[in-house]
Each structure stands twice: as structure tokens, then as C-alpha cells.
Write a protein that binds this ligand. Structure first.
Ligand code: GZL
Length: 307
């Protein structure tokens, strides 16, 4: 049958099994580990001979890992690009090699690689919306007269860091009670989040809100605040994104106000989207994963399913 592949996208035949590449960026936090496990757990039921790599936090190595998978003759590539620009060459190589690519969880610089042309689709969450949701919750729930905000940014140059900053900063500006006094990367990592928070606490002792782009950095910031004699949840409001088990526990312990869900469980969505593509369906360039908000009201109900 004539395939409805968008102009120029590589075709994918309907097969019983597929040689699938999943080029993971790092495994240094529970979110990453849960994402990788979701692909492994999906492989058998989806007919994937899964080739998984781990770039240990290096965008350059992630590109090399993709090159190696192309050389091994994969049929499909699922790629979570660590940073928006350095991973463009990997997307272009896969396209040139006739391998349909789905960007998972993070995206590339939208001007350089185009959905429906260089890659089939982005499967992920709306990071701008997540930032907006955190800001809206903060505006609605912060009790103080003046909100002095320190922002802990994700990995520099990554789409979640860029968009969670844009979404939050633009939304919080709607309320003049709030001021962002510092914004610095903690690379989505717990320990760096703690170290950066210690430094920013010295420079801004009057901070009373911490917005972390992910739960790992929020947990690190809570540690730094406690080591400095502050009382997270009482004299500092901590707000974040992901929905990890440790974050839901911190909410139950009264140390954290909110975390907006950013699901890592992409395996089933990746399988479904690949099969629809192979069946000749036109895939929307952007398939959003739903996101919920976790607070003291629902953390207990959701902690058992958390990662
Ligand atoms: C979001 C994902 C982010 C998580 C972080 O889709 O890219 O990367 O929010 C993770 O925890 O490091």
C-alpha cells in the first residue's frame, strides 16, 4: 500500500520484530533510570530487539552512540537529546541513513531540525506548561507579602531547562509580589542542586521560595536549607517538577509544596507511535504526555506508583 509518510521521512515496514536503538543520555537520577526501564519493559511486547546505550552525561558521546547504532543497522531510533543543539548532527545522520527517528522526552533546537522532516515526531511533555503550572500554584498558595525566588535550572541548553524557565518566569511576572533574585543551573542533579543552593543562600539569605526545574535538585536544595538552619515548608516554599518518590515523600513530610508530573514512562507511547507510523499513519509532530500536579492533597495516593 502506498505509505502516507510525510515528504522525505524514511519509511518503516510493518515487521514482527524491529531492531530499535535507544540512546540514553545518562543514568544519574531516578527519572532517567525509570525512563530507560520503561523502554526495556516494553521491548518484548513490542517486538523490539533493543540496543540501549548510556552517554554518561556527554552530548558528544550520545552522538557517537547514535552513529554506532546506525552502523549496527537499526530500523528505528528513539533519542532523548541531552541538549538542544549538539544532538542535531545525530538526528541528521539517522535521517540520511533512512532511519525514522522519534525524539523522546527532550527535543532539539526547533529551528535546526524540523518535526515531520528530519524526525518523525517529539514524544514528550509540555515543559512551558509545566513551568506555568508551578508558577500558578505558587501564586495561589504562597502566603507571604513578598516572594523572593531562587531558581535552580536544569541542564544548560536542554529543552526542559529552557522551557521550564520561560514558562515559570513569564507566568510569575503576572504577580508583583514575586521577584526572582537568582537563577543558576544545578544540571538536574541532586548534589549540584544542594551545592548551588548553599551558594545562593549565602548571597540571598532572604530567599523564601525555591523553584527547582526537577525534584532531584529540589531534594538537594531542601538539604542545603536544613543544613543552614532553615525550615523548608515553614519559612521557605519549595516547588518543582517530575513527581519522583522522594519528592512525594518530601511533600508528605511538609518540606515541599508541589511537584508537577513529568512522566518518564515513555515505553508504551513509543511502541504505539512506532506501530502507527509503520502502518502508514501520519503522526502529529508533537505527542504530549499528560501531566498532573502532586500536593499534600494527593501525594499519599500516588507515592506507591512513583519511581
Ligand atoms: C524531562 C526530563 C528531565 C527530568 C529530569 O522530560 O528531560 O530530565 O525532568 C531529567 O529529572 O534529568
Amino acid at each position: 500500500s502506498s505509505m502516507a509518510f510525510a515528504e522525505g521521512l524514511p519509511p518503516l515496514a510493518q515487521q514482527d520484530t524491529y531492531k530499535v536503538g535507544f540512546a540514553q543520555m545518562e543514568s544519574n537520577n531516578p527519572w532517567r533510570i525509570a525512563e530507560s526501564k520503561s523502554f526495556v519493559d516494553t521491548a518484548e511486547s513490542c517486538g523490539w530487539e533493543l540496543i540501549s546505550t548510556d552517554a554518561a552525561g556527554s552530548a558528544a558521546k550520545q552522538v557517537a552512540d547514535v552513529e554506532s547504532m546506525i552502523a549496527q543497522g537499526i530500523d528505528v531510533l528513539f533519542l532523548p537529546p541531552r541538549e538542544e543543539k549538539p544532538l542535531i548532527p545525530a538526528v541528521k545522520r539517522a535521517q540520511a541513513a533512512g532511519i525514522p527517528t522519534f525524539l523522546v522526552d527532550r527535543s532539539v533546537d526547533p529551528a535546526a531540525a524540523v518535526a515531520g522532516v528530519d524526525f518523525v515526531a517529539f514524544l514528550g511533555s509540555d515543559f512551558i506548561k509545566q513551568g506555568q503550572q508551578v508558577a500558578e500554584w505558587t501564586i495561589a498558595n504562597f502566603q507571604g507579602e513578598k516572594g523572593v525566588i531562587v531558581e535552580l535550572e536544569g541542564t544548560t541548553g536542554s529543552s526542559p531547562a529552557n522551557d521550564r524557565r520561560t514558562g515559570f518566569d513569564d507566568a510569575i511576572a503576572a504577580d508583583p509580589r514575586f521577584e526572582i533574585v537568582a537563577s543558576q543551573t544545578g544540571d538536574f542533579a541532586r548534589d549540584m542542586g544542594r551545592q548551588v543552593m548553599e551558594t545562593l543562600l549565602q548571597a540571598h539569605p532572604n530567599v523564601n521560595i525555591v523553584y527547582a526545574h526537577n525534584d532531584e535538585m529540589a531534594i538537594g536544595a531542601i538539604k542545603a536549607l536544613e543544613l543552614a538552619g532553615r525550615k523548608p515548608g515553614e519559612d521557605v516554599l519549595v516547588v518543582s517538577i517530575d513527581g519522583t518518590r522522594d519528592a512525594l515523600q518530601a511533600i508528605l513530610d511538609g518540606k515541599m509544596g508541589v511537584t508537577v508530573e513529568s512522566s518518564p514512562f515513555f515505553g508504551p507511547l513509543a511502541c504505539d507511535t512506532m506501530k502507527r507510523y509503520a502502518a502508514g499513519e501520519t503522526i502529529e509532530p508533537w505527542v504530549q504526555v499528560s501531566d498532573r500536579i502532586f500536593t499534600i492533597d494527593n501525594a499519599a495516593d500516588n507515592i506507591d506508583a512513583a519511581y
